[in-house]
Design a protein around this ligand. Structure first.
Ligand SMILES: [Zn+2]
Length: 428
């Protein structure tokens, strides 16, 4: 292991929800770990001193829902571009989804990704393995082996299990080996053929809708099965007010349930699809203004434990098809932080503490990794944020290979100026 620099982050606004810190402090990093957090810490000799006046110093941001496209679809994204994009966006760690080619459904594939990601020296990688072999919803994966190989969760993400008995068995197995189950909740019989939110805009455009009820129905099923099986169950990309209400209902009943929403679900609506804009096509789809308000509220009050992007890079020619044929998904790693600062924190809807909790502390807890705090002795994963800088999104400058964002050309506030992973500066 190489000799790590000592770094002193001086005079920043430290936000560390796990330790209830929200004030001006210094943070000292030595040998890759957090050495001390406090006021006017002594300056060690040979320290790399960073003036953080006016900046927010937070535990490294974590996105537990990204598609890095390895193995097999490196033309869309690879470990270098994906983990580089994460670091540039302020993320010190991300968890990747298994819908790759081949699917991440066996221990050797998990081990290979975990090993290779260590050589990238950008954000760290945690691997989510498939719940069923080939994500075909037919045969369970060897979850104990996958966990031993390093997988932190199981999910069939976009290929949601429809058979409730199969899902019950999967959740029982996951509970037995203590892996969280991440569910993309959608009843595909009810949503069959839909390409955008079912509503006035879809009628106007003559596009087949994805009714909110298809998703809400499946969140209800997930809540019931979480109660039945005791499996740690996490609802991916919540987009509707009704889903948030159901999550709240099951949490109040004591279900082992957590949930996430994504930045695009609190700041743009299905109006963005007008003109058949394929960069506004994702699943779940963009909803309505009322849903946006519900998502912001649900982040504020913690019903949405975490914020995650569902970063889904595609090649330009794939998105340049007619709307109905273009693939679902947008990139998110390099705009997520700013969309939160701009629309949640600066508007006063969400406090810095809750925002960092949703961007770091809770995501770490959901996938059960030892991160998301600045507690002395912990690995030094730290993000320094300029909360006031305004900048204009330029998709052509993304580190990600994906350019598919509905936010190109939009002015936002807030940016990661320094990303530190294990005491190593990987961005800034
Ligand atoms: Zn996804």
């Amino acid at each position: 292991m190489k000799n790590m620099k000592t770094i002193l982050l001086q005079g920043g606004h430290v936000v560390d929800p796990a330790n209830q810190i929200d004030g001006i402090h210094d943070v000292l990093i030595e040998n890759g770990v957090i050495k001390a957090v406090g006021q006017q810490l002594e300056v060690p000799t040979d320290a790399d001193i960073r003036d953080c006046t006016g900046l927010v110093v937070a535990p490294g941001l974590i996105d537990i829902h990204v598609h890095l496209r390895e193995p097999g679809q490196e033309y869309k994204e690879d470990l270098y571009s994906g983990l580089g994009a994460a670091a540039a966006g302020g993320f010190t760690g991300v968890a990747c989804m298994p819908n790759t080619a081949p699917v991440i459904d066996s221990a050797p594939i998990v081990r290979d990704l975990v090993t290779r990601a260590k050589d990238v020296h950008k954000a760290r990688l945690w691997v989510i393995a498939a719940l069923s072999k080939g994500m075909k919803n037919h045969e369970l994966t060897e979850m104990a082996d996958l966990k031993a190989a390093g997988a932190v969760a199981v999910s069939d993400d976009a290929y949601q299990v429809q058979d409730p008995l199969f899902l019950r068995r999967a959740m029982e197995y996951a509970a037995m080996v203590d892996l969280p189950v991440l569910l993309h909740c959608e009843n595909t019989t009810l949503s069959e053929g839909g390409v955008m939110n079912e509503g006035l805009v879809s009628t106007d455009l003559g596009l087949k809708g994805l009714p909110r009820e298809a998703y809400e129905l499946d969140v209800a099923r997930a809540g019931l099965l979480a109660m039945l099986t005791g499996a740690r169950t996490h609802i991916l990309h919540v987009s509707t007010r009704g889903e948030a209400e159901l999550v709240q209902h099951f949490k109040q009943k004591g279900a082992p349930l957590t949930a996430e929403t994504g930045p695009h679900y609190w700041c743009i609506t299905d109006e963005a699809v007008n003109g058949y804009n394929t960069h506004a096509k994702m699943n779940p789809p963009l909803r309505t203004q009322d849903d946006c308000e519900a998502m912001a509220d649900a982040v504020a009050n913690g019903i949405m434990d975490a914020i995650a992007t569902d970063h889904a890079p595609h090649a330009g020619y794939e998105k340049a098809q007619e709307f109905a044929l273009a693939p679902f998904g947008i990139v998110g790693l390099e705009t997520s932080l700013a969309l939160g600062v701009t629309h949640l924190v600066k508007t006063g809807k969400v406090t810095w503490t809750r925002f960092i909790d949703a961007m770091s502390t809770q995501p770490a807890k959901i996938i059960g990794v030892d991160a998301g705090t600045l507690t002395p002795g912990k690995t030094a994963d730290v993000t320094v944020i300029d909360p006031n800088v305004t900048w204009t999104v330029d998709a052509n400058k993304f580190v990600s290979k994906g350019r598919n964002t509905p936010f190109d050309g939009v002015e936002l506030t807030g940016q990661a100026v320094l990303t530190i992973v294990g005491g190593e500066v990987v961005h800034g």
